[in-house]
Design a protein around this ligand. Structure first.
Ligand code: CA
Length: 226
């Protein structure tokens, strides 16, 4: 999953960024409201959530949330703020933030709130989806084959997560690239295909009953093995 972090304090930003990266998330970091607004309107749909500091150098993060919602953008937003009192919390939620966390906070709490926001892919009734003998739990981001945990490196996990969210449907290559690589990553054009090949091999070796099909240059989909 890919998170946009909007935070102007360098120490806080770098701590959050490395903590979230350790949780196998792709984190893009911006420091101003204007940059965040430009990024969100340009790249609509690529972020699974926004972590938004309220007090930004060029204004109040709340205004950004209000403008996003006015444009119909429903990306989950978790506001971070030094003002943790009740009035501010209510104001944040009134303006369309999904949740509100006062600084200082424990990182475990932030993760728990983030997980709650990301709990269900749109339109899905369960936290776990299954295809063949393969299951993927979106809350804990665990992959299992017939109940046995299947470990995999970060990028392969991110590819599988994107495919499982839209299983049986073609996921465009551009979308997968955005899900798997952050702004600061150096990307080789064949890197995505390498991750997909490894993942495909892993599923076959584990006899997962699921496989990944691709259309060259277009995208990939995951389906049950017939
Ligand atoms: Ca700030």
């Amino acid at each position: 999953m890919r998170i946009l972090l909007v935070e102007d304090e360098p120490a806080m930003a770098s701590a959050l960024r490395s903590a979230l990266t350790r949780q196998d998330m792709i984190v893009d970091h911006l420091a101003t409201r204007a940059d965040a607004e430009a990024m969100l309107s340009e790249s609509r749909g690529i972020y699974d959530a926004v972590l938004l500091d309220r007090q930004l150098p060029d204004g109040d993060g709340l205004d950004l949330v209000r403008r996003l919602r006015a444009k119909g953008d429903t990306v989950p937003v978790l506001m971070l703020t030094a003002r943790g009192d009740l009035i501010d919390r209510v104001a944040g939620l009134d303006h369309g933030a999904d949740d509100y966390l006062g600084k200082p906070f424990a990182f475990e709490e932030l993760l728990a709130r983030l997980r709650a926001l990301l709990r269900r892919p749109p339109g899905m009734r369960s936290d776990t989806v299954r295809i063949g003998r393969l299951s993927f739990d979106f809350v804990h981001r665990e992959t299992r084959v017939a109940g046995q945990m299947l470990a995999m490196p970060r990028r392969e996990l991110l590819v599988l997560e994107s495919l499982m969210r839209r299983m049986g449907r073609m996921v465009l290559r551009t979308f997968l690239m955005e899900a798997v690589f952050g702004l600061d990553d150096e990307i080789q054009s064949n890197a995505l295909d390498t991750h997909v090949s490894r993942l495909r091999r892993k599923l076959a070796e584990a006899d997962a009953g699921a496989t990944i099909d691709g259309i060259r240059g277009v995208g990939y989909l995951i389906r049950e093995t017939t």
